[in-house]
Design a protein around this ligand. Sequence first.
Ligand SMILES: Cc1cc2nc3c(=O)[nH]c(=O)nc-3n(C[C@H](O)[C@H](O)[C@H](O)COP(=O)(O)OP(=O)(O)OC[C@H]3O[C@@H](n4cnc5c(N)ncnc54)[C@H](O)[C@@H]3O)c2cc1C
Length: 443
Amino acid sequence: MIIHVPSTARNFSISASRGKQRVVVLGSGWGGYEILRGIDKKRWDVTIISPNTYFNFTPLLASCAVGTLEFRCAIEPVRRYTPQVTYFQAWCDEIGKYAMPATRLPSESANTITPIDVTHHPRGGIPFSMRYDKLIISVGAYSQTFNVPGVKEYALFLKDVKDARRIRSRILECFEQANQPTLSDIERRNLLHFCIVGGGPTGVEFAAELHDLLHGEVKEHYPSLARLAKITMYDVAPSILGMFDKSLVKYTENILTREGVSILTNRHVERVEPGKMIVKGQGEVPFGLLVWSTGLAPNPLISAIKEVQKDGKNSSLVTNNHLNVIMEDGRPNPDVWAIGDAGKIQERPLPATAQVANQKAKYIVKKLNKLAKEQESPEPFAFHNQGSLAYIGNWKAIYDGPGTEEGKFMSKEKGRLAWLLWRSAYFTMTLSWRNKILVPTYW
Ligand SMILES: Cc1cc2nc3c(=O)[nH]c(=O)nc-3n(C[C@H](O)[C@H](O)[C@H](O)COP(=O)(O)OP(=O)(O)OC[C@H]3O[C@@H](n4cnc5c(N)ncnc54)[C@H](O)[C@@H]3O)c2cc1C
């Protein structure tokens, strides 16, 4: 692996501690951070590489974006686990063909020692290489833009706590600008038009949280402006929340519409320009804030990796049901695993969710901890579907249970009870004691 470090740093060689094999983890998200938490750090020499010095608790980002929760409620620092593990703030750009095990002596190594990974520091720097014995690829995915012109420049995404911060500032900016005495009512309405493109769970939850903000604090602090504010959600599909049960989708659409959120389906955004977007068949739509949430695009690292099998859209690495990546010749690589949004099981593709990423990471942790004790773990990965939840505003949520496929009782829940489930699920999943206290306090 070659890693760029800041130019002030010297190029150095990184070798594994004596007697321990090196596990390199790429990414500090739902997959990577769970590996970090669970892995036996006494038996493995663990290195984590991620441009983020923290883990993002993504289900709480929408709440952070509107100020219901503080930003620190949605993050956990990677440095909590140092010095037991080594952390480099860097991007991995490439994983080469020949991986040289870190603990192998130079005389034992393969003839062709090519760089196995290429990474760079977020602010540039000198590349450096790293060897591994075991590699876990958990770099997630990027936000999809479908190459719609202007999206990257003029829309905001919601993928990271930094995005939530930008969105929150922009909402406040819109209200302060709209409050200027020189503006006409039309200019005010345009500034206070909050558009969301993408009707998946992220888009819906953000619309719901924004709705709560507009009907709560905004009404109190900007009484004359609150009536001019409007939320519109656009989706190219015929309905929102495609992965949820139809009855729950209908319920959500009714609730959101009743609360004043416009849902415009079968709409294709052609272009985004400063302060407006062009929608096919509708024309120009002015906005003050545009949040773009139309699914996942491949991580450039996944696109760059060669000699391994990838799924049709080139967006994730194909794995067997032990989560090992599969080489081009069809053999699984016993030392390399892909989890989370970056990996897809060949036999049974699973949705790109935190639930799946977290369970896959727990499976790898178990495997590695057994391996360190020279024990076998022949069981394949089994996903235990706990259902899907989405907050839909005004203390209501929807819950789509696992269904009969898993042999469990079909369960669907909506309204206040589902909201209680939503809050208790995310409270339970909150990782540190600090956040177990902070999150309910802010709620
Ligand atoms: C706003 C939002 C809300 C969500 N809500 C839910 C929910 O309620 N329930 C649910 O199940 N799922 C939810 N999801 C989906 C869930 O967050 C993802 O499926 C999950 O994060 C995937 O985990 P991961 O570890 O694969 O990737 P991520 O969590 O995205 O982590 C990827 C990590 O890799 C790092 N990285 C990226 N590129 C590189 C590189 N080249 N080299 C090294 N490191 C790299 C990143 O910085 C990051 O640390 C939500 C997603 C979003 C955006």
